[in-house]
Design a protein around this ligand. Structure first.
Ligand code: SAM
Length: 223
């Protein structure tokens, strides 16, 4: 039997990868990845020539069966996503569950995630926090926002640039005026942290179109 390695990869800066992750990616028989063009950039940077196979959010049971077959045949597979930690608002959970159910070994190679990167640089007490990931676009959005209003701990939201303003508007509407820390393009050239009230960030992003990848941290009060 082979092993499935769940490997965290950089969220931007290609140097943010552990020595163990590089070794496992080199030694694996196959790398299961979302977008092979994105993973190839990382592999070229670290001179890794392991072949890739696609595994993404739309991969169904057939693809899982193919990977299980390879693991049963003794191959080792490294699972990566486009950025960060597999399974954290990314594919991975279902495959890992299927592999574990098949009594095949799974090992984790921990590393970057936008979630921990944003919290660690925000300068807040993040002993506990609530991770939303992406807010639902329609169904369930209102209900979830109403539930979030009651939390007295930091709330962490992933957001794509075209939706940042809408999400800030909804935070204002459902959670009221709060202090927000918006962490943008972490580990990349234009890394930036913006903090202020929801209103001040809304003003800012209405005048400066949001660009890049965002983690929005909503604090329990406005201070
Ligand atoms: N698995 C990843 C992780 O461990 O963080 C998350 C993947 S999710 C599909 C992509 C979202 O993560 C982006 O829309 C953004 O909200 C956040 N993200 C990823 N890289 C980021 C970065 N360098 N700076 C800020 N946010 C980032």
């Amino acid at each position: 039997m082979g092993t499935l390695y769940v490997v965290a990869t950089p969220i931007g800066n290609l140097e943010d990868i552990t020595l163990r992750a590089i070794r496992i990616l080199q030694e694996a028989d196959l790398i299961a990845c979302e977008d092979s063009r994105i993973t190839k950039r990382l592999l070229v940077r670290h001179e890794i020539d392991t072949p890739t196979i696609s595994y993404h959010q739309h991969s169904g049971e057939e693809k899982t069966a193919v990977l299980l077959e390879k693991l049963r045949a003794g191959q080792s597979i490294a699972l990566v996503t486009d950025a960060g930690t597999p399974g954290i608002q990314d594919p991975g959970g279902r495959l890992v569950r299927a592999v574990r159910n098949a009594q095949i070994s799974v090992e984790v190679i921990p590393g970057p995630s936008a979630l921990t990167a944003a919290l660690s640089v925000a300068g807040i007490s993040a002993d506990s926090f609530y991770f939303v990931g992406f807010l639902p676009k329609k169904k369930g959005r209102q209900t979830l926002l109403k539930e979030l209003e009651r939390l007295a701990i930091p709330i962490v939201i992933y957001e794509a640039p075209p939706r940042v303003v809408k999400t800030l508007r909804d935070i204002h509407a459902y959670l009221g005026e709060r202090k927000i820390i918006a962490a943008r393009e972490l580990t990349k050239k234009f890394e930036e942290l913006q903090e202020g009230t929801v209103t001040s960030l809304l003003n800012h992003f209405t005048n400066h179109r949001p660009k890049g990848e965002f983690v929005i941290i909503v604090l329990p009060d406005i201070y």
